[in-house]
Write a protein that binds this ligand. Structure first.
Ligand code: HDE
Length: 716
């Protein structure tokens, strides 16, 4: 049967990658030159106990290749995880853009998506408090389009000139290379406390957005304002949003730190396993579209990457979705060698003059040249386009293409003028003809000077719980700062965002907010700059709150427990019906259940049936799960005295997780024990005396949908 077109396009990248895939089933081991190897265990020697011989080309080749296996890791976003999938458009956007993949709903465009942390090295923990990269490479029929975004909609700085400073400040300190993948140190906060423009981003990074529960449960943003260009060459400004189908969820900070110890690959593994088990993560692509005529309508500058456009002012229109349905075959070949670039655009999309974006347009090619070692990095299978690619660029290290013929210049007559230029209506790219009439200045626009009002908007839009987490994050981070004046400067800046916030943070640090800061220090200016012009201003925002900025007010994904991990704390002598009924109910709701027991293998239930064990108490930890159930059964009571079980339940309790117990399992709960002064049972703990109670499962699932029982936090 002939495949429908959509499948052809969707598979285009996989078919392209297949050209380079190899497998060694039923094959001899050979050298790189194809010579079969007879002994892969012993080097060539002069006598059994003699010296190795230089002539051993097999040993030399093997060791040399090994010696050269590493390439420089990315200077930022070194730690990443990626997957393949496709993008599907819901409705044509021809009114705004001529980009083919945003016009044809019949096409499934292949994508490769890489998520990352920013500050840590390749081997660092997934659960660092950090921004997450969210890079999408669309292999469109008109060339590759990369949307290289983050999980937060704004950035620390306004001008590319400050990027190396920002990154030097956040990376481990240069004298002792401490700390790894952490912003809680003096150099970061020293820099931040002198750069008021970073305040809005600081609110995001101190919020729980910086510690996602899963890469599958975070939003993505293009950050900069881009342009859509339609066939009539009209421009609209556009902001890109990715909205996860599973909702936006986080872990708590204590949990993040413990996960880093228990499983530093927590996010990577979660993404991998979800895809392997057929639970393909999905995000919807949304756009905020602003007509060219509204460029100056707002009290912030659309070109300023420290500002977002509140959804209340310009709603997000959902236009399509990505589905990630295939893990890479080889981490290095795909996830490590993929080269994203915000300058990889296609006709119908264009840049704006955002000075951060403009700097990025230089940086990404430059960094690939170092990292991948050659201007031919576009030929690496994961990077090459599925659209036809022909030009007169030639040679360079590791060139793969064998360009035939004698012509490598344009214009030419010997090659019949080929490859020839494309007219605009043939798909040729033309930059938007924005009018620019300006003086050359090294300066910044006064319209970039309001550094506080959106930071305040973000903070005010959070629920009490979320605000509390921001306060605690700041107490933690600044608490690790040793230099008192840095802490003081930060408190001064925080007081410009919200006085109560600053006072609460100060209290935790045993300090008071300095009174002098009518004009916050701003060292993000030139030496001869007009100080008045650069004085941070505060513009009253048109809205006081934006629900879209709060994860807890966000309603997407709150009605699903799909792929949530639930631990069953078990023992020999467990009640099999209790286990079976709860497991079935949770599985039917899409969750995943793991049986935890004192030993691996299997446990014997009350009725003599055997239940296979997934993890022992030595391996399992509450922080790796979303909820916990203790089934009924005579043997369950023994769990009460196990330290691992106590630790498990205490963590589940303090991290506000939903807990359920049946029959004898209820006695294992370390609550309601007046003698030991243990906390009392709350509405996040569900119990039933009956083994296999269907109603208990229903309430447990309803609880899990809320992700956490936050009301408990006030009692802790
Ligand atoms: Fe990047 N950034 N960046 N960045 N960035 C890199 O490119 C840079 C910025 C982002 O999964 C590097 O290939 C400069 C904003 C992601 O491979 C490098 C500036 C945003 C990734 C680089 C910024 C990002 C990178 C390092 C300020 C959100 C990972 C390796 C002018 C919109 C891509 C590489 C991947 C990677 C430079 C600011 C997102 C050095 C100079 C703002 C998601 O080129």
């Amino acid at each position: 049967m002939k495949k429908p077109n959509t499948e052809k396009e969707e598979n285009a990248k996989q078919e392209d990658l297949a050209l380079n895939k190899s497998q060694a089933d039923d094959q001899f081991l050979t050298t790189n030159q194809g010579v079969k190897i007879n002994d892969n265990n012993n080097s060539l020697k002069a006598g059994e106990r003699g010296p190795s011989l230089l002539e051993d080309f097999i040993l030399r080749e093997k060791i040399t290749h090994f010696d050269h296996e590493r390439i420089p890791e990315r200077i930022v976003h070194a730690r990443g995880s990626a997957a393949h999938g496709y993008f599907e458009l819901y409705k044509p956007l021809d009114k705004y853009t001529k980009a083919g993949f945003l016009n044809d709903t019949g096409i499934k465009t292949p994508v490769f998506v890489r998520f990352s942390t920013v500050a840590g090295s390749r081997g660092s923990t997934d659960l660092a408090r950090d921004v997450r990269g969210f890079s999408v490479k669309f292999y469109t029929q008109e060339g590759n389009y990369d949307l290289v975004g983050n999980n937060m909609p704004v950035f620390f700085i306004q001008d590319a000139m400050k990027f190396p400073d920002l990154i030097h400040a956040v990376k481990p300190e240069p004298h002792n290379e401490i700390p790894q993948a952490a912003s809680a140190h003096d150099t970061f906060w020293d820099f931040i406390s002198l750069m008021p423009e970073s305040m809005h981003m600081i609110m995001w990074v101190m919020s729980d957005r910086a510690i996602p529960r899963s890469l599958r449960m975070m939003e993505g943003f293009g950050v900069h304002t881009f342009r859509f260009i339609n066939k009539q060459n009209e421009s609209h400004f556009v902001k890109f949003h990715w909205k996860p189908k599973l909702g936006t969820h986080a872990v708590v900070w204590d949990e993040a730190q413990k996960i880093s110890g228990k499983n530093s690959d927590f996010h990577r593994q979660d993404l991998w396993e979800a895809i392997e088990s057929g639970n393909f993560p999905e995000w919807e692509l949304g756009v905020q579209i602003i007509p060219e005529s509204d460029e100056h309508k707002y009290d912030f500058d659309l070109l300023d990457p420290t500002k977002l456009v509140p959804e209340e002012l310009v709603p997000v229109t959902i236009i399509g979705k990505i589905v990630l349905n295939k893990n890479p075959d080889n981490f290095f070949a795909e996830t490590e060698q993929v080269a994203f670039h915000p300058g990889h655009i296609v006709p119908g999309i264009d840049f704006t003059n955002d000075p951060l974006l403009q700097g990025r347009l230089f940086s990404y090619t430059d960094t690939q040249l170092l990292r991948l070692g050659s201007p031919n990095f576009h030929e690496i299978p994961i990077n090459r386009t599925v659209a036809p690619m022909h030009n007169n660029q030639r040679d360079g290290h590791m060139r793969q293409e064998i360009a035939t013929g004698r012509v490598s210049y344009h214009p030419n007559s010997l090659g019949n003028g080929c490859p020839f230029q494309a007219k605009i209506d043939q798909g040729g790219f033309s930059s938007f003809n924005e009018r620019i009439d300006a003086q050359k200045v090294r300066d910044r626009s006064a319209s970039f000077s309001d550094h506080f009002s959106q930071a305040t908007l973000f903070y005010q839009s959070q629920t009490n719980i979320e605000q509390e987490h921001i306060i605690n994050a700041l107490r933690f981070e600044l608490g690790k700062v040793e230099t008192l004046t840095i802490r003081e400067r930060m408190l001064g800046l925080l007081s410009k965002i919200d006085k109560i916030l600053a006072n609460r943070v100060a209290k935790g640090l045993g300090m008071s907010v300095p009174q002098v800061l009518e004009k916050p220090i701003n060292q993000g200016v030139g030496a001869d700059a007009d100080e008045k012009k650069y004085e941070p201003s505060f513009v009253e925002p048109p809205i006081q709150k934006s629900d879209a900025l709060s994860m807890l007010k966000n309603k997407t994904g709150i009605d699903t427990i799909s792929t949530r991990q639930i631990a069953f704390l078990c023992n020999d002598g467990v009640n099999a019906t209790s286990v079976k009924n709860m497991k079935n109910a949770l599985k039917n709701a899409g969750a995943d259940v793991k049986i935890i027991a004192p030993h691996l293998g299997s446990i014997v239930s009350e009725d003599g049936s055997e239940i296979p064990v997934d993890q022992s108490y030595l391996i399992a930890a509450s922080v790796l799960f979303d909820g916990v159930f203790i089934p009924a059964g005579k043997g369950i009571s023994d769990l009460k005295n196990m330290k691992e079980v106590k630790d498990f339940l205490n963590d589940s309790y303090t991290h506000c997780k939903f807990i359920a117990a049946e029959g004898e399992g209820i006695k294992v709960l370390p609550f309601n024990d007046k003698k030991e002064n243990k906390p009392s049972k709350d509405a996040g703990i569900f119990t039933s005396e009956k083994a296999g109670d269907a109603d208990l499962a229903v309430s447990f699932i309803k609880g899990l949908e809320k992700h956490r029982f936050w009301d408990r936090e006030a009692q802790l």
